[in-house]
Write a protein of this length. Structure first.
Length: 388
């Protein structure tokens, strides 16, 4: 019942704006892969619940498919929702995956010693591979195209900021309100993480993300955006995640506002800070901002309105979930110790190798807690004891 309620709440809540046209493509546009994964994950618990309740026959998959079809049909008339064939396909695939996981539980929950060892190494390889992929997806992706500066632009999907830019610079390059004189130099400066500086006059507060300065290319792809979001400041540039059709998270400093009142003079700066960033408004700065291994969850879904403390909690929980599986299938005193050492080494080495921030203490604690809970859970379900 809870899985069904979660599905209905997530899919039938209006989000504002007019209903969107029905889409009949799979993995459509930027963010298509992220939408597919989100839809798969959404229906996975429902499929697991169906299998857990003992459903048999074709209805086990047909019922979730019909539910998804009903939801997509309803979304045709719901404000802000978009019905698509992709949602139907991946919802059904998620339910089927949940059913398969529960029905195969006898194989993976209490495996023989040799199988548990294979599962342990498989999970370790998957976790390390996911760490590396996370670091690579957070790297910049700067297409070779013509770049255009946009000063306080009105972009339909974002709020409008009522301030005024006086001057904008990227390193030694002026960023005009129009086509950049040298896009190749702009790409090189962005790759070198050159400082970005904007002199402006503050506008009134905004209820959501509003670009103060953005850079887009002639394919209308966002390359860079800097602007306020309610009571904070946001900076983002195009990442490889966007090329992979995943969600693009941002770097934000909650509490760093653009001026105390409209008309205030502003100097807004984005500077490199190790593998992270410092966002500065006049003399107020917030440093050490950036991406960590634990922020990998945000590549699938990134609700911008989450408070900072909740995003950090999700970072910790993401690593706890990955290391839980390793702990659950930890096998052999020697092999298990080696696997834990490799996982710990990856938490230390992968960020440095891929340009992420160092794994913070909270995420390390989350990883240890996840590993410990996995060990306890394995004993609880009666898994065979470790070999000496």
């Amino acid at each position: 019942m809870l899985a069904l309620v979660a599905v209905l709440a997530a899919t039938l809540t209006p989000t504002g704006g007019p209903p969107q046209p029905v889409s009949f493509c799979l993995l459509c546009g930027e963010g298509g892969a992220s939408d597919a994964l989100s839809n798969l994950i959404l229906f996975l618990p429902l499929g697991a619940a169906i299998a857990w309740c003992g459903w048999r026959g074709p209805w086990t998959v047909l019922a979730p498919a019909l539910l998804s079809l009903s939801v997509e049909t309803a979304q045709i008339w719901l404000p802000g929702r978009d019905a698509s064939l992709s949602d139907l396909v991946f919802n059904t695939a998620g339910a089927a995956a949940g059913i398969a996981i529960v029905r195969s539980s006898g194989w993976w929950m209490v495996p023989a010693r040799s199988r548990r060892r294979a599962l342990m190494w498989g999970v370790l390889a998957g976790a390390v591979g996911l760490f590396v992929a996370t670091g690579l997806l957070f790297r910049p992706d700067l297409p070779r195209s013509a770049y255009w500066g946009q000063w306080t632009p009105q972009l339909g999907h974002l709020e409008w900021y009522g301030g005024t830019i006086v001057r904008a610079e990227l390193g030694t390059l002026r960023v005009p309100d129009g086509r950049l004189p040298d896009s190749d130099t702009a790409r090189a400066l962005l790759r070198a993480r050159a400082p970005l500086m904007v002199r402006a006059v503050a506008g009134p507060p905004v209820p959501g993300l509003a670009p103060l300065l953005s850079i887009a290319d002639d394919g209308q792809r966002e390359i860079l955006l800097l602007g306020p979001d309610r009571r904070g400041l946001v900076y983002r540039h195009r990442l490889r995640a966007m090329a992979a059709r995943l969600t693009e998270p941002d770097v934000r400093a909650d509490g760093l506002v653009l001026g105390r009142a409209p008309g205030d003079s502003l100097v807004v700066t984005v500077q490199a800070d190790g593998n992270g960033y410092c966002l500065v408004v006049n003399t107020r700065a917030s440093c050490g901002l950036g991406f960590t291994l634990g922020r990998g969850w945000s590549l699938v879904s990134y609700p911008e309105r989450l408070p900072t403390w909740f995003r950090l909690l999700l970072d910790d929980a993401w690593l706890a979930g990955l290391l839980f599986l390793l702990g659950f299938w930890l096998a052999g005193r020697v092999a298990g110790t080696l696997a834990v050492m490799i996982a710990g080494g990856a938490l230390w080495l992968v960020p440095a190798a891929t340009g992420l921030l160092s794994t913070p203490p909270g995420e390390l604690i989350g990883a240890v807690v996840g590993l410990a809970i996995g060990l306890i859970a394995r004993r609880y379900v009666g898994a065979a004891p470790n070999a000496a």
